[in-house]
Write a protein that binds this ligand. Structure first.
Ligand code: SAM
Length: 258
């Protein structure tokens, strides 16, 4: 593995990254959407690559991440330890750059997005809009502390769109059986939040003290046992997917058929 100066921020993933692949299984519907956005790109740099989810099949992918624990779980052969803010590649090195659920970890989002634009001709970024409503019931009813953490680290979508100069913004409603371990994944399967292994895969949950989380999870368990949760959220139980503010942004060149 090539090693260059890492940006700040990998400590959380060095701590929670072990076993990440068990819970964070790429969702095929999101994979397909990202694949379409990257269509025609033969060389791709995946920034904040983690374990390599959502990389396009058939392209030459270079994985970049500042966390050793995450890079160790990446199955690829081209792996570079670096932060998004200082990518160790010459201008225009790649057909496309991708960044999936990582921008909120970058200490300087504008600089990182500028780096994506510098090293690649197309940019594909998947992120969450903190201003979007509705929000997950978990925040309102059990853990408002999550809201505070999320607001502190997610950049408003309009700023990400602006810094990237995105020409396309696509909505990705979260399916009820979403397979990746995002905190939102269990909006219709509340019992999953009771599992400490599931919670540990979420960087937000992992930052909360057990003394905050555990009493609220006991409350959720009681609400599930009594049927109170189901009565409160009856309208969710019929839904196949909900728009919770997840967006795919596309910027730069579009490539024609190969
Ligand atoms: C939620 S994971 C997403 C991983 C992968 N993109 C995926 O979709 O599964 C966030 C990743 O961002 C990485 N990260 C943290 N700080 C970063 C930075 N400054 N630059 C690039 N990546 C960073 C973490 O190490 C972690 O692998």
């Amino acid at each position: 593995m090539e090693s260059v100066a890492a940006g700040p921020g990998p400590a959380t993933y060095d701590r929670i990254g072990t076993g990440y692949r068990l819970i964070c299984r790429p969702d095929p519907r999101l994979h397909s959407l990202i694949g379409q956005a990257l269509e025609g790109a033969r060389t791709v740099v995946n920034v904040g690559a983690g374990a390599g989810s959502y990389e396009p099949e058939g392209a030459d992918v270079t994985a970049v991440d500042p966390s050793d624990v995450m890079l160790d779980q990446h199955p690829g052969v081209r792996k570079v330890k670096a932060g998004a803010e200082c990518l160790p590649f010459p201008d225009g090195s790649f057909d496309a750059a991708m960044a999936v659920m990582t921008v909120h970890h970058w200490p300087d989002v504008r600089r990182g997005l500028g780096e994506l634009r510098r090293v690649a001709r197309r940019q594909v970024v998947f992120t969450w809009d903190p201003a979007h409503r509705p929000e997950l019931w978990l925040l309102e009813e059990y853990l408002p502390e999550i809201r505070e953490l999320e607001y502190a680290r997610f950049t408003p979508l309009s700023e990400v769109v602006d810094a990237l100069d995105a020409h396309t913004v696509l909505t990705f409603p979260i399916p009820y059986d979403f397979s990746d371990g995002f905190q939102i994944a269990y909006w219709r399967r509340p019992e999953f939040y009771l599992d400490p292994v599931v919670r540990q895969a979420s960087s937000t949950f992992a930052q909360l003290a057990p003394s905050v989380v555990e009493p609220e999870m006991a409350k959720l368990r009681a609400d599930l046992d009594s049927g109170a949760w189901r009565r409160r959220h009856a309208e969710l139980l019929d839904k196949e997917s909900v728009d919770y503010g997840y967006r795919l942004l596309i910027a730069g060149e579009t490539f024609g058929p190969q």
